[in-house]
Design a protein around this ligand. Structure first.
Ligand code: FES
Length: 149
């Protein structure tokens, strides 16, 4: 991690106004903001660590847990909700063995819910990385993630 951080820092001067772009770079590299990186950023920019955390928690784009290699976003928008999004979420949670907001220990999957992924006529749907999986049923979920693979 040390080396990767140094590489990122080498593109900056260490000014306090660089905190956000540095956080963005670090997240892009690691998929999240590791604790160690937060203290290094504080040291590099001479901003108290608590302030670096305050900035990072203020913006929804930043995360403190790693993303899985496959990032699953279950749509909870109205159309999906009325078509059983909760059932689909429960089924995915049980197939993957993780809850919403979590990442599997082996980093294979991470799971989140989102407001709407713009495919309402195909509800209920989820997005796996950049692919939309539409009109989901329990059976389809099992085919996608688990026992029926
Ligand atoms: S509500 Fe799910 S895609 Fe729009």
């Amino acid at each position: 991690m040390e080396e990767a951080l140094e590489k990122i820092f080498s593109n900056f001067e260490g000014k306090r106004e660089e905190v956000i772009p540095i956080l963005q770079n670090v997240q892009e590299k690691f998929t999240y903001l590791p604790e160690k990186a937060m203290s290094e950023i504080a040291g590099f920019t001479h901003v108290p660590e608590s302030n670096v955390y305050a900035v990072a928690t203020f913006y929804a784009q930043f995360r403190f847990t790693p993303r899985g290699r496959n990032h699953v976003m279950v749509c909870r928008g109205t159309a999906c909700h009325v078509n059983g999004a909760n059932r689909i979420l429960e089924e995915i949670e049980s197939q993957l063995g993780i809850k919403e907001g979590e990442t599997a220990e082996d980093l294979e999957y991470s799971l989140e819910t989102v407001a709407c992924i713009g495919a309402c006529s195909l509800a209920p749907c989820v997005m796996i990385n950049k692919e939309v999986e539409a009109k989901l049923t329990k059976k389809k979920v099992a085919q996608l993630f688990g026992s029926e693979n």
